[in-house]
Design a protein around this ligand. Structure first.
Ligand code: X90
Length: 279
């Protein structure tokens, strides 16, 4: 079989800087506090970013990758397959689409497909792994695109967050929703909605209750074990406890635990647990 020149791409909200066995590039998001720009790539010093944000008194914000950064990530590949953070919370996907059009002008024989995940973080990781599987099965570009669209209907993102303050400050949830959180020891358990926005489902007192609620919400959308990716922001303890809960109930569960990178750490904030899973 002819060796295909395929590049997998994503943005840094996927929380993966490398992807074993594949030619892969992640375009970096940015977190901005005054004159300081934190670029969400392998050089980011996450503890320094969180410390800097705590000390910064002004309004911090984020920025998505530019068209040029996407183009750079496409490299010189014949086939570009990717996944981007929800277009309803970020301009990232739009930039990828503009980049795709430009890329095809300079590479008329190439093919580019970037999926709008309507989600982020560990659900995007599941999508990336599915691309890898489909490529390894030897499917054509067009077959992969169809299969990935189908697969993404079965994947989910749920989370437990201790604060929604950066979401609110940046106008990415309504003030009414934000006002309902921020109380001591209250966790919001929610999901990425079908439209790719943050949808709170429950307010829980303490992590233990949040974890029980998370699991029952997962089961309500058809979770029966299988692949799960957990991403946390300085809360390895909760991630490990939740992993143990899943293993106790579902012997066949296949879990990974990783730390959120810059963008997800900024919005999900400290203590967060994000769960990507198949329904
Ligand atoms: O373009 C930009 O500046 C980036 C904006 C990103 C906004 C959303 C980040 C979400 C990070 C937080 C927890 C899960 C929420 C899921 C909602 C789909 C992760």
């Amino acid at each position: 079989m002819m060796n295909r020149n395929i590049r997998l791409v994503s943005d840094s909200s996927i929380n993966l800087l490398s992807f074993e066995g594949f030619d892969y590039a992640a375009v970096p998001m940015k977190v901005v506090a005054g004159d300081t720009e934190y670029v969400d790539n392998s050089a980011l010093d996450l503890p320094a970013m969180l410390k800097g944000l705590k000390e910064y008194k002004g309004k911090s914000s984020t920025a998505c990758p530019s068209v040029g950064e996407w183009l750079e990530a496409f490299g010189d590949a014949d086939e570009v397959l990717g996944v981007a953070i929800t277009s309803n919370l970020s301009g990232c996907y739009n930039a990828s689409q503009v980049a795709a059009k430009q890329y095809l002008k300079s590479h008329p024989n190439a093919k580019v497909f970037i999926l709008d995940s309507y989600s982020t973080g560990p659900e995007m990781h599941l999508i990336l792994e599915k691309y890898a599987e489909l490529i390894n099965e030897g499917l054509s570009f067009e077959e992969i695109v169809e299969a990935i669209k189908e697969y993404s209907k079965k994947t989910h993102l749920m989370f437990s967050l201790a604060s929604l303050s950066n979401f609110a400050k940046n106008g990415r949830i309504s003030p009414a929703v934000a006002a309902a959180v921020g109380l001591l020891n209250i966790r919001i358990v929610g999901k990425a909605s079908d439209e790719g926005t943050l949808e709170p489902m429950h307010k829980c007192r303490g992590e233990k209750r949040a974890m029980a609620q998370l699991l029952s919400c997962m089961e309500a959308v058809g979770f029966k074990g299988g692949k799960v990716h957990l991403c946390h922001t300085y809360n390895l303890e909760m991630a490990e406890k939740f992993a143990e809960m899943l293993r106790q109930k579902y012997a066949d569960v296949k879990l990974t635990i990783r730390q959120n990178l810059g963008l997800c750490s900024y919005y999900a904030e400290e203590g967060a647990l994000l769960v990507g899973f198949e329904g």
